[in-house]
Design a protein around this ligand. Structure first.
Ligand code: FDM
Ligand code: MG
Length: 238
């Protein structure tokens, strides 16, 4: 396992996002990664989106539990606003050398909303409010086959936890992986054992933390990241 030197520990933190389908093991792996980094004496912070603790997060929580109805665009913008309300503190953690591990981010944001099939809500439209948010240095996509996911048991009772929605979400996630400008995405085989997945995650994270100096200051998500202007992988034009 790569160990970082004392000077490496004075670098800025890295922004590491973990993405993937429900049941891919994101939250368990984020916890393991967080504990591994702390165990190696790195400063680390684990956050997840949606952050259901804020006033906006409470509205999102109520919508996901089916306790309130919202227009597709409105809930989409709330998910994005939920990221924006933490953007400043992410910048601050990174600046003071803390590596921030994020469980779901803008990619889930764009993909889940576009997967709803609303003809007025394309992937391209869905990406726009993400422009300017802190750009991950590394995005780990936990890839799991529908068969493997099915073996892990049934879905919960929240909105979006249905076979048809998950199938569309998977297709859209895969189409994002094929787009240019996605160099920071690293696909992890999430069908392996928990320990194997954890190791496959830890290696690129340590590598990224080592190289943050060559990446330079934390960047911002741009309109050209992942989504080509004017078209979407759903085939709809904006
Ligand atoms: N989700 C999550 C979105 O639709 N947009 C977003 O921006 C984010 C962060 O919320 F179905 C969806 C994905 C999932 C649901 O997420 C709740 P968790 O990770 O299962 O709690
Ligand atoms: Mg879930």
């Amino acid at each position: 396992m790569a160990e970082l030197s004392a000077s490496d520990k004075e670098k800025r933190g890295a922004l590491v996002v973990v993405e993937g389908l429900d049941r891919a093991g994101k939250s368990s792996q984020c916890e393991l990664l967080y504990k591994s980094l702390l165990g190696m004496n790195y400063k680390a912070k684990y956050i997840r989106f949606p952050d259901r603790s804020t006033p906006i997060g409470k509205q999102i929580d109520s919508y996901l539990r089916g306790q309130s109805q919202l227009d597709d665009h409105s809930i989409h913008l709330l998910f994005s606003a939920n990221r924006w309300e933490l953007a400043q503190s992410i910048h601050e953690y990174i600046a003071n050398g803390t590596t921030v591990i994020v469980d779901r981010y803008s990619y889930s944001g764009a993909v889940y909303s576009a997967a709803k099939g609303n003809p007025n809500l394309s992937l391209h439209w869905a990406w726009q409010p993400e422009v300017g948010l802190p750009r991950p240095d590394l995005c780990l996509f936990l890839s799991i086959s529908p068969e493997e996911a099915a073996k892990r048991g049934g879905y919960g009772v929240e909105r979006y936890e249905t076979d048809s929605m998950q199938k569309r979400v998977r297709e859209l996630f895969l189409s994002l992986l094929d787009l240019p400008h996605n160099d920071e995405i690293c696909v992890i085989d999430a069908g392996q054992s928990v320990d194997e997945v954890a190791q496959d995650i830890l290696d690129p994270v340590l590598e990224c933390m080592k190289n943050v100096d060559s990446i330079g200051p934390l960047k911002k998500l741009g309109p050209w990241t992942f989504i080509p202007t004017g078209e979407s992988p759903t085939g709809r034009k904006d």
